[in-house]
Design a protein around this ligand. Structure first.
Ligand code: BG6
Length: 477
């Protein structure tokens, strides 16, 4: 027993994304998307950054999302396991291209709509509420080819139509929504996050911030539509969070850390406060960026702010202005963090910082004063299956335990947190590396980096641990 107390209706659960779990990438009419073009291996990082060799899958590459863990066909079995753990919610995303295969089809694809109807029904039958992200990194390839993806205003209207379609269809089944997953990822991995392709380096920032503006307007319009169609729903934004620490107390470092945080807060400031912050205007001016905005945008952003702040937290980040210090960057971290000498790292070089979770939650709440929803957290690690078929993932339990404890502390600090969905409750494809070996799950999936394996599901030790955490509403940590 611990001393931790969580609100009575706390939303315990897990989070997955369509492209990392479903597979069936062209089945039942689904169209091709940017995330279907990410192979495992060396080329992946450059492609995610926007240097894309082809908008068709290449013969010699392996694309892990094409089959993923076959959640598309096995969701009933998986949901039964989530229900056994006592999940109150499951966060999933809708693949835009299952609903509108080219992004601009005249009518939605009924088979795609039906898949999510069945999925949500199955969840509700098991007393699990769906929490749904409209865009978890995916953009139909047709929209990339024809419009250059989010650099074009056209995407705003097409996304609005998609959002309207799914709100109308699922209005009785889904009460928690989010617009763009990790919207700030657009600045770091622009092809992964927003389908942006760069031919030349020069105008990259201009393209990114113009695309960001389009996503921010599209997000506000989705909030508006959601509130109109499902008045009892809550809709949030989603930030890849993790506060930046200054490496030293040198004011130069401290200010730099503030600026690094603002790079991410920028998005949420607009989505939650309803207007561009002053520092963004200065940034645009200093960098000679000219962001095209329509006269009506100001009102749209102002009037349709989010109901809650969804965020992922894996690690804190550290920054410095000292050229010697920044030689020592942590590997694997897309946010460009220098190594923090006080903290351990995961096998993939991600800093492990439970206290940073409490700090981040406090800072987000101080800033926005809206309910927070922790929609991703977890440890990507290699799991070994023992000869008798067990997975003793104490390291994962340890990570989660420490993070949940700090979340409880944040709640005691007065931070309003409505739920916690740990990332990848069943092993899925890693977004950053495409590996299966980087596992987050309470449920093991027999599949390797090359796509070999039976896809059999096995409960890990953490399965029983998380079940008991949920059962005791966080007391049995
Ligand atoms: C977040 C994403 O960045 O982190 C997920 O929203 C992703 O899609 C998760 O899977 C963990 O990252 P990775 O690279 O270990 O899969």
């Amino acid at each position: 027993m611990s001393n931790y107390t969580f609100p009575k209706d706390f939303l315990w659960g897990g989070a997955i994304a369509a492209n990392q779990s479903e597979g069936a990438y062209l089945e039942d009419g689904k169209g091709l998307t940017n995330v279907d073009l990410l192979p495992t291996g060396d080329k992946r990082r450059d492609i995610m950054k926007g240097y894309v060799p082809s908008l068709k899958p290449l013969k010699d590459e392996f694309y892990p999302s094409h089959e993923a863990i076959d959640f598309y066909h096995r969701y009933k079995e998986d949901i039964a396991l989530f229900a056994e753990m006592g999940f109150k919610v499951l966060r999933v995303s809708i693949a835009w291209s299952r609903i509108f295969p080219t992004g601009e089809d005249e009518t939605p694809n009924e088979a795609g709509l039906k898949f999510y109807d069945d999925l949500f029904d199955e969840l509700l039958k098991n007393s699990i509420q769906p929490v749904v992200t409209l865009a978890h990194f995916d953009v139909p390839v047709n929209l990339i080819e024809k419009y250059g993806s989010w650099r074009s205003r056209e995407l705003v209207y097409l996304f609005e139509r998609y959002a309207k379609t799914v709100f109308s269809r699922y209005k009785d089944k889904v009460k928690y929504w989010m617009t763009f997953n990790e919207i700030n990822m657009l600045l770091h991995l622009p092809f992964l996050a927003a389908g942006l392709i760069f031919k030349e380096e020069g105008n990259k920032k201009q393209i990114q911030y113009q695309a960001a503006h389009h996503q921010l307007v599209a997000s506000a319009l989705a909030v508006k539509t959601c509130h109109e169609i499902i008045p009892d729903a809550k809709i949030g934004c989603m930030l890849a969070a993790g506060t930046f620490y200054p490496y030293t107390c040198n004011p130069e470092d401290v200010f730099h850390a503030l600026e690094k945080d603002r790079e991410s807060y920028f998005f949420i400031d607009v989505q939650s406060r309803g207007k561009y912050p002053g520092y963004a205007k200065r940034f645009f001016k200093d960098h000679h960026l000219n962001i095209e905005m329509k006269p009506e945008d100001e009102e749209i952003l102002k009037n349709h702010t989010v109901d809650f702040i969804g965020f992922s937290y894996y690690s804190s980040r550290t920054t410095s202005t000292d050229p010697e210090v920044i030689k020592n960057m942590t590997s694997g971290n897309v946010f460009g963090s220098v190594s923090n000498p006080y903290l351990e790292k995961s096998e993939w070089g991600w800093t492990i910082d439970p206290k940073g979770f409490r700090i981040t939650a406090n800072q987000l709440y101080d800033r926005y004063q809206k309910p927070l929803f922790v929609v991703e957290n977890g440890l990507g690690a290699v799991d070994e299956v023992t000869e008798d078929g067990k997975i003793n993932d104490d390291y994962r339990i340890d990570y989660l335990k420490q993070h949940i404890a700090e979340m409880a502390e944040a709640i005691q600090d007065g931070v309003e947190i409505i739920g916690y969905t740990s990332w990848g409750p069943i092993d899925i494809v890693s977004a950053s590396t495409g590996e299966m070996k980087k596992r987050y799950g309470y449920i093991y999936v027999d599949r390797d980096n090359k796509g070999k394996g039976t896809l059999k599901r096995i409960k890990k030790k953490s399965f029983y641990w998380y079940k008991s955490v949920i059962e005791s509403n966080g007391e049995n940590l």
